[in-house]
Design a protein around this ligand. Sequence first.
Ligand SMILES: C[S@@+](CC[C@H](N)C(=O)[O-])C[C@H]1O[C@@H](n2cnc3c(N)ncnc32)[C@H](O)[C@@H]1O
Length: 241
Amino acid sequence: MDSPQKNDPQPEKAESWKMFDEISPRYDLVNRILSWGQDVSWRKKMADYLPNETGLVVLDLATGTADVLLALLKVRPEIEQGLGLDLSDKMLTVGRRKVDARGLAGRIILRNGDAQDIPNPDNTFSAVTIAFGIRNLPDPGKTLSEMYRVLKKGGRAIILEFSLPANPVIRFFHLRYLRYGVPIVGGMLSGNFQAYSYLNRTIEQFPYGKQFLGLMGQAGFEELRSQPLLLGAATIYYGKK
Ligand SMILES: C[S@@+](CC[C@H](N)C(=O)[O-])C[C@H]1O[C@@H](n2cnc3c(N)ncnc32)[C@H](O)[C@@H]1O
């Protein structure tokens, strides 16, 4: 199976944040191990797509434990303000501890909020980011429209998401890793086998590459680009308002 098309709203995803509440204590550790440490550099790479100006105000959706905002501020310390939204209070609690430990509480604010119904006015942010989040939402098209709405004119959407390698041989082995390695290793480390078999199912079903850029185009984004990472195991998508 390569990438079945399923862009209709998916009810089971509406409550995915509850699963993240359960795995929040081990979420960062399991990420590092399952991605062979690559997830850290992938999030830093998102900074390449930020606007080249000072006074940036960045919204990070499905922010989880705040790793995207922390990575962006490391690469671009001149970011003025970062706001992270997530529905899982327990993921946000882990995130706030990390933000406080780095002395960034004044610059990064984490709030409970829905990526599909962003509680901010139109034309507010220089950039809106989301990493490994849009795949977990019932209606990715609605989220993309919301991202477009809250971006200033010229603002940028930067999305990091798992994808599947284009090379059929590499894809074959990668799918085996996702189907058998990830649920076992993730399940043992987190104590939640269901969460990590959910991970492989959602990756296999989610649109990637040109198909995902098509969804961004439908939401109104222009100058669309994508950058595959680690032979296509993940991809950064970029679009401008
Ligand atoms: C795989 S984690 C990604 C966390 C973080 N972005 C990262 O890079 O590690 C997905 C996150 O999406 C959150 N989430 C799920 N549904 C959501 C929604 N409707 N609005 C906001 N966050 C949501 C979950 O609680 C979880 O923290």
